[in-house]
Design a protein around this ligand. Structure first.
Ligand code: SAM
Length: 296
């Protein structure tokens, strides 16, 4: 609901100041536009071309005082802008986020395309699982690319599952995705041997690295979503060991990993003995980012 307006000229002045503050703190100046875009009715092009400066009044979705206070919290507390505005954009979706969920990352968008191409010769109408669903992003992406598939999303966090459910509803996929509370496969016991594919972006950061991450991540994103134990591979080890019981023969196993973990994860899959066609896949920046395998 529009509660207030501000003159285009005043907004222009504020934007200039906010961008200068970003420069000092090493925050991308794009964030200011993104922040204003979410909290006003202005679109990206209008902000970039600054045509709003001639507008006598720009409508706001929150009072001006609240908008500026939120921005101050961005700068002083290093709260991610997505948590401040309550949404993020991921693939073609606008997803609700809160500090209860990891902010879905642009690099994770690729896992959906990978699942699609890796599943070309599989039964795409089958049953798919997104283990560690968080905001529900991957489950929603899978529902989108596999229009007749049955999707299951699992998380141990009830707060995350409430957000995932909300996102499934607002994106129109609620009837295609079932969310379950529990640890990895445990709530999917009834699907043993039936899964066409498992897609997961599990916690994979080594515990001792978490305090060294940028403050937006280390202080504000849920540790449950980040911490992969001593070497970062605790959850992945679990998924390597347990997935063969749930995947059907030929079923797909895809996991997001951290740069440098590719060889170790491929080694775990190899040693487990039930997988074939194990492949490490790099992201657009050229770092190990995903590992794919198929159940023999
Ligand atoms: C890295 S986040 C990924 C969230 C989302 N899938 C994404 O890609 O944006 C990892 C998720 O795994 C969940 N998680 C951690 N341990 C889990 C477990 N034992 N069983 C199920 N989910 C778990 C966390 O709550 C978090 O939502």
């Amino acid at each position: 609901m529009i509660q207030e307006t501000i003159s285009g000229w005043q907004l222009g002045q504020w934007l200039e100041d906010a961008k200068a503050e970003c420069l000092v703190l090493g925050i991308s100046a794009h964030e200011v536009h993104w922040f204003v875009q979410e909290l006003t009715g202005l679109d990206r092009l209008t902000l970039r071309l600054q045509t709003f400066k001639q507008q006598p009044s720009v409508p706001l979705q929150v009072p001006w005082s609240e908008l500026t206070q939120l921005w101050q919290r961005r700068l002083t507390e290093r709260i991610p802008v997505q948590y401040l505005v309550g949404v993020t954009h991921w693939r073609q979706f606008t997803l609700k986020v809160s500090p209860a969920v990891l902010i879905p990352r642009p690099e994770t968008e690729l896992i959906i395309d990978l699942a699609q191409s890796a599943a070309e010769n599989l039964d795409q109408d089958g049953i798919w699982a997104d283990l560690g669903t968080g905001s529900g992003a991957i489950a929603i992406g899978l529902a989108d690319i596999f229009p007749r598939a049955e999707i299951h999303g699992v998380d141990t966090s009830l707060e995350a599952l409430a957000i995932a459910q909300y996102n499934a509803e607002t994106t129109g996929f609620a009837d295609r995705i079932q969310f379950h509370h529990g640890s990895w496969w445990q709530p999917l016991d009834f699907l043993q041997g039936k899964l066409t594919g498992m897609v997961s972006n599990p916690p994979y950061i080594p515990s001792n690295l978490i305090p060294t991450l940028q403050p937006e991540v280390a202080h504000h994103e849920p540790t449950l979503a980040l911490d992969g134990g001593g070497d970062g591979l605790d959850c992945i080890r679990d998924l390597v060991e347990t997935a063969p019981r749930y995947l059907r023969s030929g079923g797909l196993w895809i996991v997001e990993i951290m740069a440098g973990q590719g060889e170790a994860v491929a080694g775990l899959l190899q040693a487990q003995g039930s997988y074939s066609k194990i492949k490490i896949i790099s992201d657009l920046a050229g770092f190990d980012r995903f590992v794919i395998a198929y159940l023999k």
